[in-house]
Design a protein around this ligand. Structure first.
Ligand code: ZN
Ligand code: ZN
Length: 121
């Protein structure tokens, strides 16, 4: 499961600082406006639970072509996969373990144009 790193933005000017260090006490200096920003985002990430991390019998019965839920989107990563609809060379993807471990996982691809693909490993 790939997870996009937590990105920290300057609270004053909105400049992207860098990926979170995971240290809530760290101070990130903005290179644009010089503001000091607290590295606090990881705390909110940790507090969120992800339903798909705990496959239930109910979930296993769902179709493999289910729509991505809001929780699934949080763990989207970017894959070098060309969208057949708009030709864009990067698509977001999420891997979901739908059944038992020996049956592999399903990868959901999503393009910013709205195109979606599903791939079974
Ligand atoms: Zn700034
Ligand atoms: Zn597309």
């Amino acid at each position: 499961m790939s997870v996009i790193g937590s990105l920290i933005f300057c609270t004053d000017c909105g400049n992207l600082l860098r990926e979170s260090t995971g240290d809530a006490n760290a101070i990130l200096h903005c290179t644009v406006c010089g503001a000091r920003n607290n590295d606090t985002i990881p705390q909110t990430i940790v507090s969120e639970s992800k339903p798909s991390a705990f496959p239930s019998a109910l979930r296993a019965k769902r179709s493999a072509v289910q729509e991505l839920s809001a929780d699934d989107r949080k763990t989207e990563a970017i894959a070098e996969k060309q969208c057949v609809k708009c030709g864009r060379k990067e698509m977001f993807y999420t891997t979901v373990q739908l059944r038992s471990a020996d049956e592999g996982s399903t990868v959901f691809y999503r393009c910013v144009c709205g195109h979606k693909e599903t791939e079974n490993n």
